[in-house]
Design a protein around this ligand. Structure first.
Ligand SMILES: C[S@@+](CC[C@H](N)C(=O)[O-])C[C@H]1O[C@@H](n2cnc3c(N)ncnc32)[C@H](O)[C@@H]1O
Length: 404
């Protein structure tokens, strides 16, 4: 069967009329393969796209970590922007797009790896596409070299604390004190395992090790710089994927807000935006996770020369800030999880805050919420896509919304 790819789906598959899904292909490509339901097996590309490039990573064929290594950077940037445009159009909205900012290769400072003990040793890597198989990635072009350098230590952790029957998940974050490691799926902790793991943390220079929810070793503070503050985030707490992506988001948020006196940071996390903004303005941070607000509060208290920061732990889905509680803020940052912020957006729409910096990792819920704001008189001034999820289908954006 021969098909022509018309578009990319949200998982990065090429889609031909039918629909027929063909992973690893691009719009305009003519592809031959064996039909299997709505898929095409063993696809051979007869006519390649001008946007096709040789994957920069030698693991790209086997590894499922990246979905779009076969596409040029220019194509991926255009595609990500078009996904946002399409989501907005679905809500009857248009926007000016500021140029995309893409994180460089080898800059992911946080990754969740899969690991398994085997007969011969230890396997650590990413899953192969739609498979349980773990692919080793010694030359990964996505991860920061600091994460790859942590592999010998991670292997030792898995060798010591992994069983052959269960796959482990290793979340690694680069921090000032060394890699901060969160393991799930390890052997149950006992006194001997605790001692062995603590020794490995020391030997391999990890900052902290958390084992199935319990912090078993803290060798050094797993601190992260946010503005002039240093934050020690709770294990596994949300963090922007690359330092460059975080900086680009912050620049766009500052650009959206302009000079302000007093702003509210909704879904603040550990203070990615709150702490740097507090160098210039007063900030009230609201976040649902109490451990994260504690970390933010502590960082704020320990940092001199910031404007006032107040911190509130609150579930913004169930108990959004009401319009009267939003009175007095001259701007708002809102950065919800993928589900968006339906309830809080409804209240913001009825507030008198003149300018919003909306950060989102989901174009569909962003467009839905932007529609509500637009219906209440906010104008969508611009959108900037920040591609910190290079070679993946994830999309992150900042938008400015304002009203007179
Ligand atoms: C996309 S993250 C953004 C965090 C922060 N702005 C940053 O850039 O690091 C979304 C945040 O929303 C928080 N969150 C999720 N559900 C929430 C809820 N129902 N109420 C309040 N916060 C919530 C998460 O804990 C997370 O910190």
């Amino acid at each position: 069967m021969i098909v022509t790819i018309e578009r990319l789906g949200h998982l990065g598959h090429g889609i031909a009329p039918g629909p027929v899904y063909v992973p690893g292909t691009l719009p305009g490509e003519v592809v031959e393969g064996t039909p299997d339901g709505d898929r095409l097996l063993d696809p051979k590309i007869i006519t390649p796209s001008v946007n096709r490039v040789k994957p920069p990573c030698r693991h790209a064929r086997a590894c499922g970590g990246c979905q779009l290594q076969h596409a040029s950077d220019a194509f991926v940037s255009r595609w990500k922007q078009e996904v946002v445009q399409t989501a907005l159009a679905g809500q009857g909205l248009t926007a000016e797009f500021l140029p995309i900012v893409t994180s460089p290769a080898r800059s992911r400072r946080r990754a969740t790896l899969s690991a398994r003990r085997t007969k011969g040793g230890v396997l650590i890597g990413f899953h192969a596409r739609a498979s349980d198989t773990i692919v080793e990635i010694p030359d990964c072009q996505l991860l920061h070299p600091g994460i790859l350098e942590a592999f010998p230590g991670l292997q030792a952790l898995v060798q010591t604390g992994g069983s052959r029957s269960t796959e482990l998940s290793l979340q690694v974050t680069l921090t000032r004190g060394g890699p901060d490691v969160v393991v799930t799926g390890g052997k149950p902790l006992d006194a001997a395992l605790r001692m062995d793991l603590a020794r490995l943390v020391e030997a391999h220079g990890f900052s902290r090790l958390t084992w199935d929810g319990e912090t078993v070793a803290l060798r050094d503070r797993p601190a992260l710089a946010m503005g002039t503050a240093m934050v020690v985030a709770p294990p596994g707490a949300f963090l922007q994927a690359t330092a460059g992506g975080e900086a680009a988001l912050l620049t766009a948020v500052r650009q959206a807000l302009g000079p302000q006196k007093r702003v509210i940071d909704l879904f603040s996390g550990v203070g990615t935006f709150t702490l740097p903004l507090a160098g210039e303005m007063e900030v009230h941070a609201v976040e649902g996770d109490a451990a994260m607000t504690r970390a933010l509060d502590l960082a704020a208290r320990n940092t001199p020369d910031l404007h006032r920061i107040s911190v509130e732990t609150r579930d913004l889905f169930r108990r959004p800030l009401e319009p009267d509680e939003l009175r007095g803020f001259t701007g708002a940052v809102i950065d919800p999880p993928r589900a968006g912020a339906e309830a809080q957006t409804d209240r913001l729409a009825r507030s008198d805050i003149p300018v919003l910096a909306a950060v989102s990792c989901n174009p569909v819920t962003f467009a839905r919420d932007a529609r509500v704001l637009s219906d209440h008189g906010y104008r969508l001034d611009w959108v900037r896509v920040v591609d910190q999820f290079r070679w993946s289908t994830h999309i992150e954006l900042v938008a400015r919304l304002s009203r007179a």
